[in-house]
Design a protein around this ligand. Structure first.
Ligand code: XCC
Ligand code: SF4
Length: 632
């Protein structure tokens, strides 16, 4: 019998929760992104179309019907192309710098300190991959050398990135031929800034090629290192039960929210909150315990390693504070609204910033140091406990919606689950064969990677959820990361019961393998895991990535990081479906290049549609076309 649809949370219910929260808040507190968005409308057309240039102080120059060139002579294609490359470079810089921070933490790991090597197997594998001796050595010596080798990837003067050798032979050859194999990570970012500096590249195709290259410096460089080193330090994730949405906040407990991306510090906060003395202390202050919840990708990181519950995704960050029960919100880097400063002041909430990368007015700045991380984390938890008694009862409202979810399916876990089906004996051969067989047989039509942010240009979460439901109905397996994974979690699509929303084929697979139909692969840096997943599928199948019925979709993206991601996904040969238009519309040449032009280079490109119902039709017909071409 079909499970009742009411089990799943709808976007309407989530919007009603948000509206109620705003209604109950005083006028000063109630200003959120919805209000600011109205005040920003209509948004600037020149910016929207990518044809405003302020790269030099002769500008700003704008392309208009009467002015087809800027003062220096740059045309719409040059201006839009340079702006686009700068977005990709900034995104790549952000992810990669996050990866670098983690590499430094690994470099400082020790038996006695706050940071340990949790996944020795993964460390040893990586050391072997990189030709670093392991025999008879102390695990921490190996860790430090691997971390250092990783750090050299950022600035080495010669050669291309080590991780490129993980790609299929066909991709490696193509990248060399196209001249887009990334060199040192920082070099690709710097080259992008140099190329777009006044008086350099004006050729749109060259700008798009460099966008692919700097994107790959992220996906096959900085992000991949972020993922690997995080797994080594905190453990490779495994499937865990959790819950998602604002209903995870507890009336009777001390609520601490961790938010951002870099898990180095949030891991410590999670561990500190398990400290017996601190739990006792919380009880002594009248609380039933300490409740850690996450927002954005920091949530994804701690969820898949500890089962920490997810309060929500990007556009839910203000709502979390509006509940009035958050004693502390502790942030690291990226996707943190400056609005949290004034908003926290409306409540008793302590807003803690911890990184020199993200300094925000209205916060208490406690710079996190890896040497003292655990002590700092304990101090913060204590500060949150001390704040418990300061709640204003009149301002409290916790929406009750929450959903059960299973999170934590890195490639290792997916292979383990698949092996569990085919091999009765213990045989970790690491093959995607069972999944491939299902796709060949048509039991699964294909797979979609659902990724990316929320963006008020479309109805937030609606695009994610509508697209996913339609894909499930059509027997298309989903892997998800970032805020897309959290949208799925809030709706209930990460629960095993979501199989009731699936077509017969996908439901059978979910039953057999005992997985949810939407597999949570992690944070946005973990899209690097998805690159390895398709690479593995391509190898085991013996078919080029471009021919696989596997695509990516970012229906609500907003961050520059998403531009970097989209570029490395396309460079890897995977079609990418976008629900938000990249800001290059003022240049027909750029629009052509990112949709069709890259297809001639890497075999993949963007398909853009702002209507989620149309976008999902595009995805399904794209997948079916690939199946037909394969003759399956
Ligand atoms: Fe940020 Fe990663 Fe986007 Fe969400 S999905 S809004 S980047 S938290 Ni990466
Ligand atoms: Fe204007 Fe050219 Fe300067 Fe851009 S680089 S602001 S188009 S003069």
């Amino acid at each position: 019998m079909l499970k009742n649809q009411e089990k799943f949370t709808t976007v309407e219910q989530m919007e009603a929760d948000a509206a109620r929260l705003k209604e109950l808040a005083c006028a000063a507190c109630a200003e959120t992104w919805e209000d600011r968005r109205v005040k920003q409308t209509p948004q600037c057309n020149f910016g929207e179309n990518g044809i405003c240039c302020r790269i030099c102080s002769m500008g700003p120059c704008r392309i208009t019907p009467k002015a087809s060139r800027g003062i220096c002579g740059a045309d719409a294609h040059a201006i839009a192309g340079r702006n686009y490359l700068r977005m990709a470079a900034a995104g790549s810089a952000a992810h990669s710098d996050h990866g670098r921070e983690i590499a430094h933490v690994l470099h400082k790991s020790s038996r006695e300190g706050s940071y340990h090597v949790r996944d020795e197997g993964k460390l040893l594998n990586l050391a072997r991959e990189w030709g670093i001796p392991t025999e008879g050595r102390d695990i921490y010596d190996i860790a430090h050398e691997v971390a250092e080798a990783g750090l050299w990837e950022y600035g080495k003067p010669f050669g291309t990135l080590r991780f490129l050798s993980r790609a299929t032979g066909e991709r490696q050859k193509l990248w060399q031929e196209l001249g887009i194999a990334p060199r040192a990570i920082d070099r690709e970012v710097a080259s992008s800034m140099h190329m777009t500096n006044m008086g350099n590249t004006a050729d749109a195709e060259a700008l798009v090629r460099q966008s692919l290259r700097v994107g790959m410096a992220d996906g096959w460089g900085g992000s991949m290192m972020g993922t690997e080193f995080t797994d080594i330090l905190f453990g490779t994730p495994t499937a865990r039960a959790t819950e998602a949405n604002l209903g995870v906040l507890e009336r009777e407990m001390v609520n601490i929210i961790v938010h951002g991306h870099d898990p180095a510090f949030s891991e410590m906060v999670v561990l500190a909150a398990e400290n017996r003395e601190l739990i006792e202390y919380a009880r002594s202050r009248g609380a039933k315990g300490i409740n850690i919840a996450g927002l954005c990708c920091t949530a994804n990181e701690v969820t898949m390693r500890h089962g920490v519950r997810m309060a929500g995704n990007f556009l839910q960050q203000e709502n979390a504070l509006l509940t009035g029960v958050v004693e502390m919100i502790c942030v690291d880097v990226q996707c943190i609204f400056p609005a949290l400063g004034p908003l926290a002041e409306c409540f008793h909430t302590k807003f803690i910033t911890t990184s020199p990368i993200a300094r925000i007015p209205g916060s208490i700045y406690i710079e996190f140091k890896s040497e003292t991380a655990m002590e700092q984390a304990k101090d913060m938890v204590k500060m949150a406990i001390d704040n418990f008694g300061n709640r204003n009862e009149a301002k409290i409202f916790i929406p009750q919606n929450k959903q059960a979810a299973v999170a934590g399916y890195p490639c290792e876990q997916i292979i383990r689950e698949l092996d569990g089906v085919t091999n009765s004996h213990v045989d970790i051969t690491g093959s995607y064969k069972p999944a491939i067989d299902c796709i060949k047989a048509g039991v699964l039509r294909g797979a979609v990677a659902m990724v990316g942010c929320n963006n008020p240009k479309v109805r937030p979460d609606y695009s994610h959820i509508e697209i996913m439901k339609e894909l499930l109905k059509n027997d298309i397996l989903i892997v998800a990361s970032g805020c897309s994974a959290q949208a799925a979690a809030k709706a209930g699509l990460l629960s095993k019961d979501a199989k009731y929303l699936c077509g017969a084929g996908l439901r059978r697979v979910c039953d057999l393998v005992d997985i949810p139909p939407v597999l949570h692969m992690g944070a946005c840096v973990d899209i690097s895991r998805m690159m390895l997943l398709v690479t593995g599928i391509s190898r085991d199948w013996g078919v080029d990535i471009t021919r696989l019925p596997v695509v990516g979709c970012a229906p609500e993206w907003m961050s520059e990081k998403a531009v970097a991601i989209a570029n490395y996904v396309v460079a890897t040969g995977i079609d990418t479906y976008l629900g938000i238009e990249p800001q290059v519309k003022g240049s027909a040449r750029m629009m052509e290049l990112i949709t069709e032009g890259t297809r001639k280079l890497t075999g993949a490109g963007y398909i853009i549609n702002k209507d989620p119902h149309e976008l999902v039709k595009n995805i399904i017909s794209g997948i079916e076309a690939k199946r037909a071409a394969l003759g399956i």
